[in-house]
Design a protein around this ligand. Structure first.
Ligand code: GLU
Length: 513
């Protein structure tokens, strides 16, 4: 029988969740949803020395903003396999039991080496020109562990409270084969695998043991994670094998790296491409570093998610704009690439623009209202419904020019504040001795208008031209807004309203000689 699809996102709370982590969560989520399965958030906090306050809350808030909501796990409700924080799971002796099983089977051992002794070992191996010094089937023979010490000595050391770790006993020169859904068959010689620590001296399991125990206990069907875990996978295979659980282990999928925009190496959280690396603003209390988020930079979650989904995956056709429901529908691991995916800042902005254009003007107006308020211009708006109508029309006119909603204000601030200067280039080129009289007459016509809409202003303008001679649209724009570019002139005039337009033209005519 096929296993029910159960996948997990298992971050360690060692910092804010960067966009690579969000992509891992996303691919897990898409796969779970596609197959009607479960998506679990497990917090892997066994390394207490790297614990960062606020990281867990950040991870939860980020997943919520992205719309990648687990149906079980920390912050999202208990399921049958609670608790979902490894530090809490440890209390039941769960991890220790598995480690003891490995010891009993002769596949793990106690090691009593102090950090000085481990240092010495490393130096010795380096001096002997060993390429990758590690604790393994060769070097362990010269160390203090239950394979080199007598049974009595080991017992005494443990009873006297000497700190120890439990290590995996990796065999010498054995071929380890495993299958990865994205990469196919992978073969590694065990000589390349070190005797990984499974249980630390503080009794905490390491990631290697803990995630295996939890994946088994939580009935995980697929372990989907970043490529950086691929080198550890052979050791994990051995652990499953020695526990007699190889047939129950989850299928593995290692996602490709996200690369810097120039393709030169892994994208780092300190990338200088100018775009955020984190979904939300993140402040690391330990290092004092602060990072700007996508959300705070004016990206919408749907654009961010759509962009991330296409970093290393494609739907098999030319579609690019795909909302979450479509991503779920189309997702499969077959179309996840093996090779790294280049992060493209321009494309990322493009996605935001596309989603911006898809939003209704009324929705945009709602999002823009607080931004406008923060600029202190709410008072200038008509009250109530009329204000809403004004902002909705403003958004319709401005959105074509913008990538982000927080650009709206700078692109159209003249809708809220009258200009106090006039584009010099346009004025010096187009303003002449006849202009003042000509535009005074135009303004008189505007003032006399009985109706003020896009159509009526357009009509009025053409009538004025027939009567007065050629008018310069760009000049009219500069008189009203101060700047030379913007939305369609008639749309802009109609929205500003007759009184505002005529007042502004009069003001300009007193300034321009
Ligand atoms: N705790 C690991 C991490 O932070 C999870 C790796 C996995 O998914 O197995 O990346």
């Amino acid at each position: 029988m096929e296993k029910r699809v159960r996948v997990r996102f298992a971050p360690s709370p060692t910092g804010g969740l960067h966009m690579g982590g969000v992509r891992t969560a996303l691919f897990n989520y898409l796969f779970a949803k596609k197959h009607g399965g479960d998506f679990i958030l497990r917090i892997e906090d066994t390394d207490q020395t790297r614990y960062v306050k606020g990281a867990e809350d950040y991870i939860i808030a980020a997943l919520k903003w992205c719309g990648i909501e687990p149906n079980e796990g920390v912050g999202f409700g208990d399921g049958p396999y609670k608790p979902y924080r490894q530090s809490e799971r440890k209390a039941s002796g769960l991890y220790k039991n598995y480690a003891d099983k490995l010891i009993a089977g002769g596949h793990a051992y106690y090691a009593f080496d102090t950090s000085e002794e481990l240092d010495e070992m490393r130096k010795r191996l380096e001096a002997a020109k060993v390429a990758a010094p590690q604790y393994n089937s060769v070097s362990r023979q010269n160390m203090r562990n239950s394979l080199t010490l007598s049974e009595d000595e080991v017992k005494k050391l443990i009873e006297s409270g000497t700190p120890y770790v439990i290590r995996l006993k990796v065999p010498r020169n054995e071929e380890i084969r495993f299958h990865d859904i994205i990469r196919g068959w992978v073969v590694v010689n065990s000589t390349q695998v070190d005797d990984k620590v499974l249980l630390k001296s503080d009794g905490m399991p390491t990631y290697h043991l803990a995630h295996i125990v939890d994946d088994i206990e939580m009935k995980i069907s697929h372990a989907v994670r970043g490529e950086e875990w691929l080198p550890s996978a052979p050791a994990h295979i051995l652990i499953y094998r020695y526990l007699g659980l190889e047939s129950d282990m989850p299928l593995l999928a290692h996602l490709p790296l996200i690369l810097k925009p120039d393709g030169n190496g892994k994208l780092s959280k300190r990338d200088k491409s100018g775009l955020p690396m984190f979904p939300l603003d993140w402040h690391d209390e330990r290092t004092g570093e602060s990072y700007v988020g996508y959300r705070e930079s004016g990206f919408t979650a749907d654009a961010f998610i759509n962009m991330l989904a296409l970093l290393g995956w494609n739907p098999g056709d030319t579609r690019e704009i795909m909302p979450m429901s479509e991503l779920i529908e189309s997702f499969s691991f077959e179309r996840v690439n093996k090779s790294g995916a280049k992060f493209d800042p321009e494309k990322t902005k493009w996605f935001n623009q596309q989603y911006l254009r898809k939003r209704s003007d009324a929705e945009l107006a709602e999002s823009f209202a607080p931004i406008l308020e923060s600029k202190g211009h709410k008072a200038g708006l008509p009250a109530g419904e009329a204000g809403k109508v004004f902002l909705t029309e403003f958004c319709r006119l401005i959105k074509e020019k913008a990538h982000f909603i927080n650009e709206f204000y700078d692109l159209g601030s003249y809708f809220f504040v009258a200009p106090n200067s006039y584009d010099e280039k346009v004025i010096s080129k187009k303003w002449n001795e006849n202009s003042k009289a000509l535009y005074t007459k135009l303004n008189e016509k505007f003032s006399a208008a009985s109706e003020w809409s896009i159509d009526s202003v357009t009509k009025l303008f053409h009538e004025a031209e027939t009567e007065l001679g050629k008018l310069d649209m760009q000049l009219v724009r500069v008189l009203v807004t101060g700047v030379s570019g913007g939305p369609q002139l008639m749309d802009m005039l109609a929205l500003l309203g007759k009184t505002e337009v005529t007042n502004r033209i009069s003001a300009a005519l007193t300034v321009l000689k």
